[in-house]
Unconditional design. Structure first.
Length: 107
């Protein structure tokens, strides 16, 4: 029984990671690995699985940015906190060619 349970869990983990994907416009069905709040108020988000394929320049090679000055920044941050604590995946779009890989919206 334990062997079957472990096999099932391994298959489920592969299925979740296989569904995560990034394209030039953003990432879909990714977990929130970690985020940082910078001293200027910007929120840096590291999606699980990285950002390979996005058409922007990730901060430190791994983070997308939610600008503190964006009108929806607090709502997006709240959404990300909820996703992180409930272990739910998110999807987001990035601003094309942005120097800090700015997030356009999340869903």
């Amino acid at each position: 029984m334990k062997k079957h349970l472990m096999s099932l869990l391994a298959i489920m983990a592969l299925t979740v990671s296989a569904n995560a994907s990034c394209t030039t416009t953003g990432c879909s069905n990714v977990g929130v690995e970690r985020f940082l709040v910078a001293s200027n108020g910007n929120i840096l988000v590291a999606p699980a699985g990285g950002l390979a394929g996005v058409n922007c320049t990730p901060v430190l090679g791994y983070y997308v940015t939610i600008q503190a000055t964006d009108p929806g920044a607090k709502a997006i941050y709240s959404y990300l906190l909820t996703a992180k604590t409930t272990k739910q995946n998110i999807s987001f779009a990035v601003v094309k060619d942005s120097p800090t890989c700015d997030v356009a919206f999340v869903y």
